[in-house]
Design a protein around this ligand. Structure first.
Ligand code: RIB
Length: 293
């Protein structure tokens, strides 16, 4: 076999066994480190069990997502992990059909096999932290209205604000740097400048830090900023970004483990879910110094 440089042909093997030891992984934004960390988690766990991963990027586009699901099924993948989708649960389940599926970043009640964090609770942690830092005029740069995680974070923001007896203001972004930058520029230039910004992800929060720097507004003295995800970059921007951590690598690894269970354990009854807890990571963008300091 060595002399002839023999390479086993996965497709030929798959024809016999009806298994390809390959899974599909569909993420919404390959440029967002939250999803690339998660993809690493899926891939490392898959390789450890002898599987390969076909990575697809939907670019937040539901049509492209459907197109990739069809393509993956055509390649005979053994199972599919779908991350952070904005499509309806029923649409994803219908197009995936009988192929084993794990959904990540969507609430458990919608999907059978799923991995997620409590987005509402994460947003409450963010707002309560800003309140504890003395902020009284906190605005929310939300994710897209049709994103379930964005909706839950917005709900958490509104709950925490109303418990504190404060009225809030929500601006819809799209989970990318530029929307955080443009929305924050507009808000910070306005007549009612907020003293706190809670952005629904780190990319938009980093955009907001850039907007403040460009306008000569000091963070956190004039406005405190909190993001969401804890991407690796959050610790390296200036000032370093306070954020709500979702353990993206571990969530990815756990998604593969759930898929593996479906693929290999015929005795599995019912469904499995893995819920992770959001965690506040305090850095310099939110901790206001007292006047005596
Ligand atoms: O950064 C992208 C965001 O969209 C993440 O917070 C993730 O939870 C997703 O829904």
């Amino acid at each position: 076999m060595k002399e002839l440089h023999y390479q086993p042909n996965r497709i030929a093997r798959g024809l016999v066994s009806r298994r390809t030891s390959t899974i599909g992984l569909l993420i919404p934004d390959v440029a967002n480190p939250f999803f690339s960390e998660m993809a690493r988690g899926v891939e490392d766990a898959a390789i450890a069990k002898g599987y390969s991963v076909l990575l697809c990027n939907s670019d937040w586009n539901p049509e492209r997502e459907q197109m990739y699901i069809e393509l993956l099924k055509g390649r005979w993948v053994d199972g599919i992990v779908v991350v952070g989708s904005r499509s309806q649960a029923s649409a994803i389940e219908a197009s995936v059909g009988d192929t084993p599926l794990v959904i990540v970043d969507r609430r458990s009640s919608e999907f059978k096999w799923s991995v997620w964090t409590d987005n509402c609770q994460g947003a409450v942690l963010a707002v309560e932290h800003l309140l504890a830092m003395g902020c009284t005029n906190i605005v929310h740069i939300a994710g897209p209205n049709d994103s379930p995680s964005a909706q839950e974070r917005r709900k958490g923001y509104e709950q925490a604000m109303s418990r504190a007896g404060l009225a809030g203001k929500v601006y819809e972004g799209d989970f990318r740097f530029a929307s955080g930058f443009h929305i924050a520029t507009m808000i910070l230039e306005g007549s009612e400048r907020p003293d706190g910004i809670f952005a629904a992800n780190d990319l938009m929060a980093i955009g907001a830090l850039q907007a403040a720097a460009k306008l000569g507004i000091e963070v956190p003295r004039d406005v405190a900023v909190v993001g969401y995800d804890n991407i690796p970059t959050a610790g390296y921007v200036s000032p370093s970004l306070t954020t709500i951590e979702q353990p993206s690598y571990e969530m990815g690894a756990s998604a593969f483990e759930l898929l593996f269970e479906q693929l290999t354990d015929d005795s599995v009854q019912g469904v499995r879910k893995a819920k992770f807890e959001p965690r506040l990571v305090v850095r310099h963008s939110s901790v206001k110094k007292r006047s005596s300091e």
